[in-house]
Design a protein around this ligand. Structure first.
Ligand code: C5P
Length: 392
């Protein structure tokens, strides 16, 4: 990945994850970015400025009152010049400061005076992350257009385990080309469907499919990382939308169908959703009472969203998924031909559903390309880079 000539201000606040930011700094420099590091006073309790000076090859800025920073206007000049201000780790305290718009040290002043995009990678104890004030601040920051990268769940320095770990440096790096408009899908619009659909029987019952939404959400993330403007049309899942992805929530196949058509035209359409093949012809408006006589439901077919989109005169580049329980290659290729798709992704349903990893096979005009088992985000990134090759 290249971040050649991108000017990045790397803000470091006080948290133990600051030691990982040293690695992030190294990766940014290796990717070609020009990095200026700004540290808060608390950050310097964890890592010394000298570490970052050695890694970035530039003096580290630590004070609003530093005579070395020329006319005393560093807080304005620095961010005017930058492509991105990235704060990693962003402590709970720093997030609160940002949300309130306070400016009592160099980094917070830079954030307030900036004209470039701001991204933060929060890191904190899980209770701090879950606390109501942090939730409020997070909502405020998102509303202010700040990109929030992570955090993720896992072991924490305090010995506890939960949500609050900073994203690994390589994961933060992966998000940057998209943020900087430097990815291979920059300027392209991608629509992704994900999750199951829910077809009502009556106000409290329904028919659905097994689907966690993990693969679709990972693809939306990978497409956003590649620079695309991504709309994720999602059936009911318990996942959060990835950074820079606009999510449209739907419930039934009919709603998903209408939402997808509203989002067109697009350059790419990736249908990952496990759309229910049938819906109840006339869902009851009142709860159906239990009866010893049983219940017969009249089902009618749902529209095939993918087939309909791929048949449009100005069809996007369409990618389908096929979850089969047997004869994967034959059935997947047959489905690709039937739905007239340039690319179809096959997997064995029993090996993939609800899991964090997947083994995939890509089918295109050139034949078949296996992607050996890996976590779904890694698979999604591989799939997006295959798609980019086909698009070009
Ligand atoms: O269900 P089926 O195996 O035909 O699904 C293949 C592909 O078609 C998947 O990508 C799925 O998201 C899409 N599909 C759709 N609308 C449907 C059924 C499937 O978009 N009604």
């Amino acid at each position: 990945m290249s971040l050649a000539h991108k000017k990045i201000i790397l803000g470091v606040t006080g948290g133990i994850a600051a030691y990982k930011t040293a690695e992030l700094c190294r990766l940014l420099v290796k990717a070609g970015a020009e990095v200026r590091v700004v540290m808060t006073a608390a950050a310097q309790q964890f890592v010394t400025p000298l570490t970052f000076q050695a890694l970035s090859g530039q003096p580290v800025l630590t004070s609003l009152w530093d005579a070395a920073s020329g006319d005393g206007m560093a807080h304005i000049h620095l961010s005017r010049d930058a492509d991105l201000l990235l704060v990693a780790p962003a402590s709970a305290d720093f997030m609160a400061k940002l949300a309130e718009g306070r400016a009592d040290d160099l980094l917070s002043t830079l954030c307030l005076a900036r004209t470039c995009r701001l991204a933060v990678a929060p890191a904190m104890n899980r209770e701090m992350w879950a606390a109501a004030p942090t939730r409020r601040n997070l909502g405020q920051l998102r509303g202010d257009g700040v990109t929030v990268l992570g955090p993720v769940a896992g072991e924490q320095a305090c010995g506890e385990s939960g949500l609050g770990r900073m994203l690994e440096p390589a994961e933060i790096l992966a998000a940057l080309p998209g943020l900087l408009g430097a990815g291979p899908l920059a300027g392209r619009r991608v629509v992704v469907t994900a999750g199951p659909t829910f077809e009502p029987i009556d106000p409290v019952r329904g028919l659905t499919n097994l689907s966690s939404g993990k693969m679709g959400y990972a693809l939306a993330q990978a497409a956003a990382e590649a620079g695309a403007e991504v709309c994720l049309v999602s059936g009911p899942t318990c996942l959060a939308a990835p950074a820079r992805v606009r999510r449209v929530d739907v419930r039934s196949a009919a709603e998903m169908h209408d939402a997808v058509l509203r989002e067109l035209p697009a350059d790419v359409f990736i249908a990952v959703a496990a759309v229910a093949d049938y819906r109840v012809e006339a869902a009851a408006t009142q709860k159906i009472k239990k009866s010893a006589a049983g219940l017969t439901l009249q089902l009618v077919p749902n529209p095939d969203i993918l087939a309909e989109v791929s048949a449009l005169p100005d069809a996007p580049f369409c990618v389908g998924f096929a979850a089969e329980t047997e004869q994967l290659a034959e059935r997947a290729e047959a489905k690709r031909q039937r739905k007239k798709l340039p690319l179809l992704v096959g997997n064995l349903a029993q090996d993939t559903l609800g899991q964090d990893t997947a083994e995939l096979v890509l089918f295109d005009d050139q034949g078949l390309h296996p992607l050996p088992r890996a976590d779904k985000l890694a698979q999604a990134r591989a799939l997006v880079s295959h798609l980019v090759n086909l698009l070009n």
